[in-house]
Design a protein around this ligand. Structure first.
Ligand SMILES: [Fe+2]
Length: 285
């Protein structure tokens, strides 16, 4: 089969045909890595892999990491099941706000992979935001306010200090460890980072885990972050993916944010996820 790449938008997201994740070879991997560098999120359709196949596919992109605060699958410490069942209605979903995965770790994952086993007939899409383009289009005054500053991240949803209100908490089939004071520990990362592979500058903040910008008072920092999110959470920087059973998404977790849309009450959605270990983010500028 010939390999074909179909961009979802000019700079973010591309579907690739003609690759079988179960038997992927060096040529395919080269294409996947190139596409990931250029489009930041890549998608494969109609894949058939089991959990060992998902691990093997994931290892082509680096060392797997075990995620804190979420109970992994029995027998598979490096896989989490992202599951919402049909009876779980009127509640949040896992990943249901803009974030990059585990940005509060000293070394957040460099990439994440999702494999869809069962998805709603319609709904349950995932969106991504291009943080390179968001920075490129950032107004000069906002850029100046962030230059040389660190953003403070915490494991807010898993901790005590910034825990979400009880009625907005996801409390479904994923076993999340909550109210852990460890998760309140602050980690600082530069607000503007340089991508270690492409060299591109990008924003590295997100509404889920970033609590403030260092060097500003509480109110000023809050206002700055609100303005920043108003700028970057725009359709111009986004792509949206509609899952089908057997779809795989592989994304760069350093230069994108993502959001799982919770619009499919009454339908079951089950995906499996791995994360690839990364390095501490490096300042841009
Ligand atoms: Fe996520």
């Amino acid at each position: 089969m010939t390999t074909r790449l179909r961009p979802l938008t000019p700079r973010l997201g591309a579907e690739i045909d003609g690759i079988d994740a179960a038997t992927v070879g060096e040529d395919d991997l080269g294409l996947l890595r190139d596409a990931l560098r250029e489009y930041k999120v890549v998608f494969l359709r109609e894949q058939r892999i089991d959990l060992d196949g998902l691990l093997a596919f994931s290892r082509h992109f680096g060392e797997l990491m075990r995620l804190p605060y979420i109970r992994p699958l029995d027998g598979y410490p490096e896989i989490i099941r992202v599951l919402k069942q049909a009876h779980e209605i009127d509640m949040g979903t896992f990943g249901g706000d803009w974030h990059s995965d585990f940005s509060f770790l000293a070394a957040p994952p460099k990439a994440s992979i999702l494999y869809a086993e069962e998805v709603p007939r319609v709904g349950g899409d995932t969106l991504w935001i291009d943080m390179v383009e968001a920075l490129r289009r950032l107004p000069a005054d906002l850029r100046a306010a962030l230059d040389g500053r660190d953003a403070i991240h915490t494991g807010a949803p898993y901790g005590v200090a910034h825990a979400p209100a009880a009625d907005t908490r996801f409390r479904g089939s994923i076993e999340i460890e909550r109210d852990n004071p460890e998760a309140d520990r602050e980690t600082r990362h530069p607000a503007i980072c340089r991508h270690p592979d492409s060299g591109a500058e990008m924003l590295f903040v997100n509404p889920t885990y970033t609590t403030r910008i260092d060097g500003y008072g509480e109110a000023e920092s809050k206002g700055l972050l609100a303005e920043l999110y108003r700028h970057l959470l725009r359709p111009e920087f986004a792509c949206r993916f509609r899952w089908r059973p057997g779809s795989i998404a592989l994304w760069d977790n350093r230069n994108t944010l993502h959001y799982a849309v919770n619009d499919y009450d009454g339908q079951r959605r089950c995906l499996y996820r791995t994360a690839i270990a990364g390095h501490p983010p490096v300042a841009g500028g």
